[in-house]
Design a protein around this ligand. Structure first.
Ligand code: THU
Length: 136
């Protein structure tokens, strides 16, 4: 098992804090995310639901958008915090958004409120992202 760095632990704490702000009156399922940019800046996100359901924004996409708004498009890792057991992985829509900016070996840490669980790569979760100009 790979060592969890202090940077990942700090990002986990921020994701746990962001999760508290989740607006999830429909599902009751709170998600927090923390995206570590290349320079170490951490952008957090939480899920924000909507009465129209489909307008709901996941925590992971919230973090990606927050990073973009400050000019960050290169990232080191993502941490996703849920109360699910085992901890949830990002949904397919979020994986596709991550694939816009992150390579297949990009690390995604799934985590609970107390514990950081597994590390998986974006490529493992989404081996064939959609690309407008396919390379093959
Ligand atoms: N959700 C996320 O925030 N991230 C995901 O990757 C999957 C699902 C949210 C959306 C919705 O508010 C709730 O979890 C239940 O699906």
């Amino acid at each position: 098992m790979e060592k969890i760095t202090q940077e990942i632990r700090n990002a986990h704490t921020l994701a746990v804090e962001a999760r508290v702000h989740a607006y999830a009156p429909y599902s009751g399922f709170q998600v927090g995310a923390a995206l570590i940019a290349e320079d170490g800046t951490v952008f957090s996100g939480c899920n924000v639901e909507n009465a129209s359901y489909g307008a709901t924004i996941c925590a992971e996409r919230g973090a990606v958008m927050a990073a973009n708004a400050e000019g960050h498009r290169r990232f080191r890792a993502l941490i996703v915090v849920t109360s699910a057991e085992p901890p949830s992985v990002p949904c397919a829509l979020c994986l596709q958004v991550l694939a816009e900016f992150c390579p297949p070996d990009f690390p995604v840490y799934t985590a609970g409120i107390e514990e950081i669980g597994n590390k998986v790569t974006l490529g493992e979760l989404l081996p064939h992202p959609f690309s407008e100009v396919p390379s093959n």
